[in-house]
Design a protein around this ligand. Sequence first.
Ligand code: ADP
Length: 169
Amino acid sequence: MKNEIKFMVADITTLEVDAIVNAANKSLLGGGGVDGAIHAAAGPELLEECKKLGGCETGHSKITKAYDLPAKYVIHTVGPIYTGSSRDAAELYSCYYGSLDLAAENDIHSIAFPGISTGVYGYPKAEAAQIAVKAVVNWLDEHKEYGMQVNIVAYSKEDYKVYEKLVRG
Ligand code: ADP
């Protein structure tokens, strides 16, 4: 299997990949947006497993099973709440990079990311997209033989265009 990065418009809860990434909050106990959609689709067992994890720091990631979702695992990552400081970018980068590390540790070879922090956490979408792509491309470059299929998921055509513009220039 080759390393690959793909962009798509989709509801991440419908994807049959090894792992979907959740834009969680530090409690890991669910929330709105993509977090709420993932918990609703996975069913109550996901929350039960999350309760045992003891939360998660910003920029870090934890893994659970995916229960009723078509994916096998959910990787919960906590994006920064956008403030405009340089720390935001480093934390967002580590959400993507660290989720890929955790995925590889769990023999995951296909993964889907939502636009972490680009909803209620307020990260400007173009800046966030640039960091997301940079982190994924760097990880793939540094793990050339691994064989990871990365799907970057936009939830709307508008959001998809942000990635398209970034990749096409
Ligand atoms: P955060 O708190 O990290 O900002 P949100 O859930 O508010 O997280 O938003 C993150 C991104 O996920 C937003 O760009 C939003 O449009 C997108 N999103 C929301 N629901 C879904 C879904 N079901 N599938 C894919 N992306 C989604």
